[in-house]
Write a protein that binds this ligand. Structure first.
Ligand SMILES: Cc1cc2nc3c(=O)[nH]c(=O)nc-3n(C[C@H](O)[C@H](O)[C@H](O)COP(=O)(O)OP(=O)(O)OC[C@H]3O[C@@H](n4cnc5c(N)ncnc54)[C@H](O)[C@@H]3O)c2cc1C
Length: 436
């Protein structure tokens, strides 16, 4: 059994294969993929917020099997929205109180107009922009969803389909919208009101512990071989064999699980039909650029993260790791991430820090110990008009040639770490069925 990629999906698959020998190939020097952490001078940073939201009992069981009970903390989410110079509870659509009165008026009128229209017309919206307008109305779209998502996706939401949203965008009822508009905070809405996180700081404790379990597996299950710093050069699905960059010989496999990004997988299969190559070329994604910031004084803000729709600010979300997990910074200090709207250029760091002070996130620019730009190539899959047809074409072919491509970038979807751990369990079950 061959597994490509040592992120959470690949590691979970390796962990759950019991009856067959496993070889896992990972391009980087260490496992974890997007769930890796970076440490500097006592500060810890993830690839921006990586909070584990668990709703599935199998994931709780997995964590409990791998860790002692006191190695994880459970945190009640504290999130805010910064809009019109005001800090609101999250989500915006259910917490309008505090905004300028004309904005509240516009948002409420729009919400009830949309509500009435939805009772007459139930045609599913075609774009994400139409989805938010039909659910929340023109005002809430204009003041939050459109500017926030334009910054997050790097494009107007009328270029996106609503395929990814249902689980992630909380839709309050009329009662909640009214309550939130007159000052009764509506918190705890949405899929992630609580999360779990390693007490010692750094989400990489999770992949690292699975790695340790796999590499010390003695007498329990089949052996696992993990090749780090090894790239996949070519895949020949007809003959079920693969070539790695460190080895000129072909390696035979019985079953292949791939968790590497889908376009990268197809690029490594020279025999892929032209329709599949064209479909892979149609896939789009957004890369992420953010700042890791360390401070030597506690921040002014007490929340875990804040959404920033304001178009004039160069970031769309700011998180404070150490407010959720104090071990992410030395005593008295803080570690933060600032997710930047511009994917190509880093905005002026002093300007970002000044904006954070103006928003009352930080107390003073002098508190900053260091500020470092970071980026990842594959962050969010873009759900545009091409997505459904392209992924259908690719997966139909991959199934025919016996490759199981899964995980966030292998399945080419929007998901979270919990889903990846579960995708690994499913992939292992697929791999242990008799090969055809
Ligand atoms: C900015 C951001 C914030 C997020 N926040 C959260 C959050 O708060 N909570 C949450 O639950 N989830 C969050 N996620 C999602 C989470 O990171 C992913 O769902 C999960 O980590 C994906 O795991 P994976 O194994 O499917 O993919 P990956 O982590 O991408 O793993 C794939 C692995 O394949 C390797 N690889 C790639 N190409 C090759 C190759 N050619 N040969 C060999 N190996 C290769 C990579 O190095 C990587 O290790 C976030 C994601 C992003 C981008």
């Amino acid at each position: 059994m061959l597994i490509l990629g040592g992120g959470l999906t690949g590691l979970s698959a390796a962990l759950h294969v019991r009856r067959k020998p496993v070889r896992l190939v990972e391009r980087e020097q260490r496992v974890g993929g997007h769930a890796r952490s970076r440490r500097r001078d006592g500060f810890t940073f993830d690839i921006t917020g990586h909070w584990l939201h668990v709703r599935d009992a199998r994931v709780h069981q997995l964590i409990d099997a791998l860790f002692d009970a006191d190695e994880w903390i459970t945190v009640d989410r504290r999130t805010r929205v910064y809009s019109h110079n005001t800090l609101l509870p999250y989500p915006f659509q259910a917490n309008l109180f505090g905004l300028p009165r004309e904005v509240v008026h516009e948002c409420l009128t729009g919400f009830f107009t949309a509500h009435t229209a939805a009772q007459r017309d139930s045609t599913p919206p075609r774009t994400f922009a139409a989805f938010v307008e039909s659910r929340f109305g023109a005002g809430i779209s204009r003041h939050f969803f459109v500017p926030y998502n334009t910054k997050l996706w790097g494009m107007h939401p009328d270029g996106l389909t609503p395929d990814w949203v249902t689980r992630y965008v909380p839709v309050p009822n009329a009662d909640q919208v009214i309550a939130g508009a007159i000052g009764l905070p509506q918190e705890g809405l949405g899929y992630n009101a609580q999360f779990r996180y390693p007490r010692a700081g750094g989400i990489d404790h999770l992949p690292n512990r699975i790695y340790r379990e796999l590499t010390t597996r003695r007498g329990r299950g089949q052996p696992v071989r993990i090749d780090l710093a090894t790239d996949v050069e070519e895949i020949d699905p007809t003959n079920r064999r693969i070539k790695l960059d460190r080895d000129p010989n072909w390696i035979a496999y019985e079953r292949l699980i791939s968790t590497i990004p889908l376009p990268e997988l197809i690029r490594r299969i020279p025999t892929a039909p032209s329709s599949v190559v064209a479909a892979a070329n149609a896939l789009r994604w957004v890369r992420w650029r953010w700042l890791d910031i360390a401070t030597n004084r506690p921040p002014r803000a007490d929340y875990h993260w804040v959404y920033v729709p304001e178009p004039e600010l160069p970031f769309f979300r700011v998180g404070i790791y150490s407010n959720a997990c104090p071990q992410m910074a030395p005593p008295g200090g803080a570690s933060l991430y600032v997710e930047l709207s511009d994917r190509d250029a880093v905005p002026s760091e002093p300007a970002v820090i000044r904006a954070l002070c103006a928003m009352n996130v930080l107390r003073s620019p002098e508190d900053v110990v260091f500020c470092e730009p970071r980026s990842v190539e594959y962050a969010y899959v873009v759900f545009d008009d091409a997505w459904a047809d392209a992924t259908r074409t690719i997966f139909a072919w991959l199934e025919r040639v016996g490759i199981h491509s899964c995980g966030r970038y292998g399945a080419w979807i929007y998901n979270a770490m919990q889903d990846c751990l579960l995708a690994g369990i499913e992939a292992a079950a697929w791999a242990e069925t008799d090969a055809t």
